[in-house]
Design a protein around this ligand. Sequence first.
Ligand code: HAX
Length: 437
Amino acid sequence: MDLLKQKFHEKSAKLRTELRALIKANGSQVVGEVTLGQVFGGARGIKMMVWETSSLDAEKGIRFRGYSIPELRELLPKIPGGKEPLPEALFWLMLVGEIPTDEETAWLTAEWRKRAGVPEHTFKVLEALPVDTHPMTQFTIAINSLQTEGVFAKRYADGMNKLDYWDATYEDAMNLVAKLPRVAAYIYRRTYHKGKHIAPDPTQDWSGNFAHMLGIKGDDFKSLMRLYLTIHADHEGGNASAHTVHLVGSTLSDPYLSLAAGMNALAGPLHGLANQEVIKWVFKMIEEIGSTKPTKQQIADYVNKTLAEGKVIPGYGHAVLRQPDPRFTAQKVFAQEYIKDSDIVEVVWKAFEVVPPILKALGKVKNPWPNVDAHSGAILVHYGMTEYSFYTVLFGVSRALGVVAAQCWSRALGLPLERPKSVTSEWLKEVAGALAE
Ligand code: HAX
């Protein structure tokens, strides 16, 4: 058994035992309440699932096993001479709660390289789709097609013992994550580069190889990919993509089927698709204003026009956060360090000053601050990736890290089928005492 698997097994088996005792002794302990507003309001804030890999605080933002993004940027292993964290190291941290050494990270890079082979039929499935199929649709279909490689489903069919679910899930999680960059790069090259594919480079780390296969040149873009794929990886379990993976996985659908489902949630414009919507919105603004250097007043006018048309300002607002998203800030810091003189990045920074007061003044927006998606597109455009309908796939490759690591924990802890309760409006009216006598 490899070291990561061994560590994961020891830690999860210990926690499983502890949790069984905790639930036995304290199972009826009340940990929250549910209001009628929450039932109608998308279940905001209702505590109803366990997610070990990260946690989200409205004010402080994301913590991956207790570490903030600036801490991860400093503490996670990097390539020799590199400044950005390796997502491999974050995966290790999320899975076992320890920052890996350089050697352990290098082992994981090599292990994913070994597991990275994509079956021929996945490429054939992609080729069967019209080339203008949205990249996220291609991505979810490709992930489903990879399920032929699933270890969990095969072992389950053979009569696997419940206590071995974690083992098969770990194998699927590792294989799936290893394959995603090749699949995503294939989609990018077939959609926007006439199918001129670039073979993997076995000397590179997971993100470096991904950048190489996308065909975007330069060390800075590789650095961006390392940071990007780290910061998008997990955002506690309640967000739509993670929660979908959790829900689908709770039926013992394997990581392939669960991830494909979660990616369909990520593909919605209120969630991950917002990264493409932001840049579309910025391009449109620039076109309408007729300048790549709009003034703050021109941006404010465009924001007001968007709102007057009954649309949201993409990249702003959040269901949990009540401060600027630390993932936005991390990308701003990156851009300040690496990018000089980009009009589009300047527009994003000006919008950061202009949009929040306008949203605040509406009086209903709970979080007027930028989220992760407000910044990413501008940096990608700077490096030459202007094909914004691909952006959510990049997000998805990263999000896979967190959600499959979390699924390993769900199976190791023996978490049950998820099955909350629905009620009718009639029932709620009755409970609220609002039904006419
Ligand atoms: N622009 C305009 N109006 C906004 C807004 C925005 N950016 N954010 C919220 N509002 C509005 C809502 O539409 C809602 O209006 P109605 O009552 O008229 O329906 C009201 O303010 C209250 O919403 P909220 O409670 O503040 O926000 P929610 O928790 O319901 O929704 C969203 C959170 C992220 C979906 C929301 O802020 C939004 O639509 N933002 C724009 C899309 C976006 O950037 N999504 C990405 C979010 C981060 C993410 O998941 N990335 O993957």
